[in-house]
Every structure is written in structure tokens, then in C-alpha cells.
Design a protein around this ligand. Structure first.
Ligand SMILES: [Mg+2]
Length: 337
């Protein structure tokens, strides 16, 4: 198998630019020069975010295919743009490549990147390729846009607002758990569902577009990457509020519930702190609820009220099925350091 050395950095850039020939209308200069250039319009707010995935921290090459890794790396970045109510437009990609990586690995990685970029009409706009001593890493900078001044932030939740999430929670972290051991009691359909949620998450762009119709009734939003509790704390901290989550409302997939009961796992840690759900967590003023339920039903998109914003204690608690209340400290989610 061809090692990356025989390809050279510029050979790789050539190969990639040939494949990624999609250009957006306002591109002035595509990738290939010292900078790429585009003209931003004054009617739009530009959004920028960056996210790195590092081998053995975020993924293991033994459990994710290069194509899946390419898809996921773009998807998790799109998720951040969705959380702001924007549309993704461009990405810049930096790869750190150790000697063990072959050129066919990179071809497959770029095939995954290409597939996701094409699906969301995203232009590859630049990046860098460097050697890395041991581990492979991929860093993506994503650019997106929203109507001028019309973005969702984390700081607008108010007491009495209702807390919603899209999709179901915990599937991705169970998918990750499944990868750590061979022998789990699990049907092949459930296995497929949980692994898919972990390996190739779908960014909630459709749902984010729906929520734009609600304007300022959506008072705050974040995507769940570090886990429900940790990300809800981000909203509470920036909005200076507290929050209560209702255990009995938490949306779970049939695959998740069955896997937990068949394998004697307590579901709550995965739901609350599992992370990498890439669902949208948002707060809504109560007068928007009926319309929200209607619109999501019409669009066949899942949305569930999971709690309520409370007075400014900055504390988050769980109202359990048995009526007892449990405090949920911020430290319980994923932390890199
Ligand atoms: Mg985020």
C-alpha cells in the first residue's frame, strides 16, 4: 500500500482539489493560493467554529473506518453551525499524518469528507497537511452564515422557559461502549442503530431551520457534544438561570432501552453524561410550544420537552421518576483535562 511519503504534501493537495471542485457563488478565489477568498454580504452574519479530532482521544483507528471518520469530522462541525441557527458554507481541513497512514486511508477519509460536504453544499476552502509523530489528527474550521443578527446563542434562557431536545439521548455513548467489548447482548438492528449514532451522527440542520421560524421564542440553544448535563450547564451559566430535567420525559430510542435492560446497564449515566449526541438542546418560551409540536410533527422530526428553566441559582437538578430530586453538578460530563 502506498505510504503518504510517496505522495508528498503537494501531490495530496492536487488530488484533493481535483475531487473537491464544488464552488459557491460568492467564492472569489478557491483553495490553492496563500489564502482562499470570498465576499461576504452585509445582510448575513458570518459564523466560524473549529473542532479537532485526535486519534486515541476522540477515536480509535481500529473502530472507525477512514470514510466514517471523514463524515463524522465534518458532521460535528456542521452541528455547531446548526446550534447557532446558521447554514454551513465552507470548511478548512488540517490533517496531522503519522508514517503509518497510507494514501488509500487518505483517499477514503476524503471520500467521507466529500460525501458530507456534497450533502450540505459545503465548499472545501483550504487547510494544511503536516506530519505527526504518532497519532493521526484532523482539525476542521467551518464557516457558515445566518441572516444578519439572527442567531441562536446560549445566553437568553429565562425562568419559565421550557427545555427541549431533538432526537434521542445516549445512543452515541452506548455505541462507543459497544465498540469497547465484543460480547454484548444485542440484536443486529439495535447494534446498527447505536453504532450509526456514534460513528456517523447526523447534524440537526433540518431541525435548526425549523426553529428559525420561532424567532426570539427560542431563547437559547446549544448542540449536545459533551453530554446533556454539561451542555445544559453552559446554557444556565451564560443565561444566569437554573434548570430542572424530568427523568420520565427523557427521549430514548428502543435500541437504547433494550440494550440497557439486556445488559444490566443503568441508563442514566449514558443519557445525562454520555456526550456526542449532536442533538439540539434549546429553550422556548411557553407560548411557542403548541406550534413547535405541530411543526416538528409535520416535518417528521423528533422533539421532546425534557425540563424547565428555573430561578437564577445556576443549579441543574433531575426530578426522578420516584419524585426525588437529584442535583446534577457540571463536572459529570466529558472533560479533556
Ligand atoms: Mg457546540
Amino acid at each position: 500500500m502506498a505510504k503518504i511519503k510517496s505522495l508528498s504534501e503537494f501531490g495530496l493537495i492536487d488530488r484533493v482539489s481535483k475531487k473537491f471542485n464544488h464552488r459557491l457563488r460568492n467564492t472569489v478565489l478557491p483553495l490553492g493560493d496563500d489564502c482562499a477568498a470570498y465576499s461576504a454580504t452585509s445582510s448575513k452574519t458570518q459564523l466560524v467554529s473549529t473542532d479537532a479530532l485526535v486519534e486515541n482521544i476522540h477515536f480509535k483507528l481500529s473502530t472507525i473506518s477512514p470514510q466514517q471518520l471523514g463524515q463524522k469530522a465534518i458532521a460535528v462541525n456542521i452541528s455547531d453551525i446548526a446550534a447557532m441557527g446558521g447554514i454551513p458554507t465552507r470548511v478548512l481541513i488540517t490533517l496531522g499524518i503519522p508514517k503509518k497512514i497510507s494514501s488509500s486511508f487518505l483517499d477514503q477519509l476524503y471520500a467521507g469528507i466529500h460525501k458530507t460536504c456534497k450533502l450540505y453544499n459545503i465548499e472545501l476552502f483550504g487547510g494544511d497537511t503536516v506530519s505527526s509523530p504518532k497519532c493521526f489528527f484532523i482539525n476542521i474550521t467551518i464557516i457558515g452564515e445566518a441572516e444578519q443578527g439572527n442567531i441562536f446563542t446560549r445566553d437568553g434562557a429565562k425562568k419559565g422557559d421550557l427545555i427541549f431536545t431533538t432526537g434521542t439521548l445516549g445512543d452515541s455513548s452506548l455505541g462507543l461502549k459497544m465498540l469497547s467489548k465484543e460480547k454484548w447482548e444485542c440484536s443486529s438492528n439495535s447494534r446498527k442503530h447505536l453504532l450509526k449514532k456514534h460513528l456517523t451522527p447526523i447534524p440537526r440542520i433540518k431541525e435548526s431551520r425549523l426553529l428559525k421560524k420561532f424567532g426570539s421564542r427560542v431563547t437559547s440553544m446549544i448542540d449536545i457534544s459533551d453530554g446533556l448535563v454539561q451542555d445544559l450547564h453552559h446554557i444556565c451559566k451564560q443565561s444566569k438561570t437554573g434548570a430542572t430535567i424530568y427523568e420520565e420525559n427523557l427521549p430514548l430510542s428502543p435500541a437504547f432501552s433494550k440494550f440497557c435492560s439486556d445488559n444490566n446497564l443503568s441508563p442514566l449515566p449514558y443519557i445525562l453524561n454520555g456526550g456526542e449526541d449532536y442533538e439540539l438542546l434549546f429553550t422556548l418560551s411557553p407560548d411557542g410550544v403548541n406550534n413547535l409540536i405541530r411543526q416538528f410533527k409535520k416535518a417528521e422530526a423528533l422533539v421532546t420537552q425534557i425540563g424547565e428553566i428555573t430561578q437564577p441559582s445556576k443549579k441543574v437538578s433531575l426530578l426522578k421518576k420516584n419524585g426525588k430530586r437529584e442535583m446534577l453538578p457540571q463536572s459529570s460530563g466529558f472533560n479533556h483535562f
